[in-house]
Design a protein around this ligand. Structure first.
Ligand code: KIV
Length: 263
């Protein structure tokens, strides 16, 4: 069994080995990912892929705590990141109160908060009060309504400068790593090279310090659409549908259960 990474080993991995991060929302899948993942993200994307909502905005802190506890039980050898949901870190005081609740009620190893320069004071306040923080810059799913959609970042010089400033600001505020989402690959590469902490990409090309994917996308369970940056490693939806159709067929024909499934 692999050794669980620490903040120090995650930081030391920069320039040595790309970090492998995947989302999970429950103990069962987390236990299946534990062998291969360095880090498991209990993303607020659970509000979409688990709860069926259209965006992440209505995820609650209690929901995140419930799912983080399930993931921590399932994956005891992975570094667990708990997403702080929308509206729970608007200012320093709320951020500390809510992140403290996450640390007191779960075994999460850090929290993740979305935002760059404008969130540096919050990151600094959390880290100086003993809460480890993973940043999240670039396309910020919690800003989807504020920005009128999911917009790829780093498309011009102004956006590039902004991303470089964001990354520097949250590094200086004490974030030990950060996610960079939906950013042109050449810009994401420059951002990763500009800071000393690992920058983990999603839709940000190959030249960053690690990758993260939402598990239901990469295992092909989510059928509605496949973002360009997702590679499907499994056709989960087809396999599940075929299996359940087989079950239905056998139940209806009284072919299941057989002698070996019967007491
Ligand atoms: O909530 C989530 O799954 C995330 C990833 C998209 C990085 O934040």
């Amino acid at each position: 069994m692999k050794k669980k990474m620490s903040i120090t080993s995650i930081q030391k991995s920069k320039g040595v080995k790309p970090l492998v991060m995947i989302t999970a929302y429950d103990a069962l899948f987390a236990s299946l990912f534990d062998e291969s993942a360095d880090m498991i993200l209990v993303g607020d994307s659970l509000n979409m892929s688990f709860a069926g909502k259209e965006d992440t905005l209505s995820a609650t802190l209690d929901q995140m705590i419930y799912h983080t506890n399930a993931v921590c039980r399932g994956a005891q050898n992975s570094f667990v990141v708990c997403d702080m949901p929308f509206g729970t870190y608007t200012n320093k005081k709320d951020a500390l109160k809510n992140a403290t609740k996450v640390f007191q009620q779960t075994k999460a190893d850090c929290v993740k908060i979305e935002g760059g320069k404008e969130k540096a004071d919050v990151v600094k306040y959390l880290t100086s009060n003993g809460i480890a923080v993973c940043g999240h810059i670039g396309l910020l799913p919690q800003s989807v309504r504020g920005e009128g959609g999911y917009k790829v970042k780093g498309k011009d010089e102004k956006e590039k400068k902004r991303l470089l400033k964001d990354a520097k600001a949250i590094e200086e505020a004490g974030a030990f790593c950060m996610v960079i989402e939906g950013v042109k690959a050449d810009v994401a590469k420059e951002v990763a090279q500009s800071v000393s902490v690992p920058v983990i990409g999603i839709g940000a090309g190959a030249e960053v310090d690690g990758q993260v994917l939402v598990f239901s996308d990469m295992l092909g369970f989510f059928e509605a659409f496949t973002p360009k940056f997702v590679k499907k490693y499994l056709d989960g939806a087809t396999l599940v549908k075929e299996a359940v159709a087989n079950y239905k067929n056998e139940v209806e024909k009284r072919e299941f259960p057989k002698e070996e499934h019967t007491y």
